[in-house]
Design a protein around this ligand. Structure first.
Ligand SMILES: [Zn+2]
Length: 414
């Protein structure tokens, strides 16, 4: 079913009862708030977990409508052919959907994961199955939507994320995970891109949300470059497909570790000398660079000092209203240097790109692997330079170097 404000059918007499939210499935006591309403002359409890979608409370009913399934007749076109490894993965994914089981697609960054799902999506929609392509990150969701819309020309695809108001059919959806709060036993295929970007430790309920939105015989397809034991468990040990090489066949670029205490310089409003050297070389070579920072404050200070020397430079972070425009400027070649937090660690592709990570010891290896994965994504620029500036050697850094070397030898950690 789909819960929807203003829909005709009464689904639940109240959104919240006995510390349980019927909209998002929340049962965590701490995630409810109760107050006395003098207007209604009663205590009202509401759910904090799904408050971003409007209030689900103990007073007001939830409305919605029953799940509808409709066969479509869709097809897609790609401007390249899947290579043998991608083709084999595509077939496994299609089989998972046909046989109603889950699948873990463990693929290096730049393996062409999205395209591997197209055949499965086509089969599902043409069999009348409801499909959701979800990601924890809004930027990834938008990028995936563009790629799907480009391949499945003329096909109705609902793009949903916080703040978009429109009428949706919920049959072929691209959305953030939080949008699934309103769906119960509805989607027959749920593809989760960048599943490692789930804030899982902080929000274990998100995976519950996916399971709850999934219909009884659904296939959940997990896609990641850094799988966890939980993901393997959810997929089942026989349902793991591995792709250790990028679709263009070149090795992943191996990061260089550069020893310097950047924060010491930035605090004194000076550019770390090794950073200047790297930036000058990148610009001289006619390339572009993403510089990753562990926090916004440090990035803003660095932006201030770097702008005095480099004019074609901008910075972005999650709360930055102009971030999509700045990313576009970078894409259009109007910028040489884009400073960023982890917000751009995944989902973005730029040509002729190098990356630099400041204080690399403050990033975990899942994050560093994604950041390294921004480089060399296109056949005409299949490699690049990755510099991790740090003054500590951490397990995150060692793990990243080891994982990338293993991938290049055709091996993976599972
Ligand atoms: Zn809730």
């Amino acid at each position: 079913m789909i819960l929807k404000h203003g829909a005709p059918d009464l689904m639940f007499k109240a959104g919240v009862k006995d510390n349980r939210c019927f909209r998002c499935g929340n049962r965590e006591k701490d995630l409810f708030y109760t107050y006395y309403s003098s207007y209604d002359e009663t205590d009202i409890t509401y759910c904090l977990h799904c408050i971003a979608l409007g209030r689900s409370d103990s007073l007001n009913p939830l409305y919605g409508y029953e799940t509808v399934r409709q066969r479509d007749n869709i097809d897609y076109a790609l401007d390249f052919e899947l290579n043998d490894v991608q083709q084999a993965a595509s077939t496994r994914l299609l089989d998972a959907i046909k046989n109603n089981h889950n699948l873990l697609l463990y693929a290096v960054t730049g393996a062409g994961k999205t395209e591997i799902t197209f055949e499965g999506i086509k089969y599902a929609r043409n069999s009348g199955l409801n499909v959701a392509f979800v990601s924890p990150r809004i930027d990834v969701v938008k990028e995936v939507y563009l790629r799907l819309a480009d391949a499945f020309k003329g096909v109705r695809i609902d793009l949903m994320y916080s703040g978009v108001k429109s009428v949706f059919s919920h049959m072929f959806t691209v959305c953030t995970v939080h949008q699934l709060f309103n769906c119960i036993d509805h989607y027959d295929v749920i593809i989760i891109d960048e599943v490692d970007a789930f804030p899982l430790p902080e929000e274990p309920l998100l995976m519950e949300t996916v399971k709850r939105a999934a219909a009884e015989d659904a296939s959940i397809i997990l896609m990641t470059a850094t799988p966890t034991a939980e993901m393997k468990l959810l997929a089942g040990k026989d349902n793991v497909v591995t792709i250790a090489r990028r679709y263009h066949g070149y090795d992943l670029a191996l990061p260089k570790v550069i020893w310097q205490n950047s924060s010491k310089y930035i605090k004194k409003k000076r550019i770390p000398p090794k950073l200047t050297e790297l930036l000058d070389n990148i610009i001289k070579a006619g390339r572009k660079v993403l510089v990753f920072f562990p926090d916004i404050t440090m990035m803003k200070t660095a932006a201030e000092i770097l702008k005095k020397k480099y004019s074609r430079l901008e910075s972005v972070y999650s709360g930055d209203a102009g971030r999509y425009e700045k990313v576009q400027l970078m894409r259009d070649g109007e910028l040489d240097i884009l400073l960023t937090t982890t917000i751009l660690e995944r989902g973005v592709t730029f040509l002729y790109l190098d990356v630099i990570v400041i204080d690399a010891h403050r990033f975990d290896s899942a994050s560093l692997i994604q950041i390294c994965g921004r480089v060399g994504r296109k056949p005409k620029d299949p490699t690049g330079n990755i510099s991790l500036i740090t003054d500590f050697n951490t397990s995150g850094i060692r793990g990243t170097l080891a994982a990338i070397s293993q991938f290049n030898k055709g091996r993976t950690a599972l």
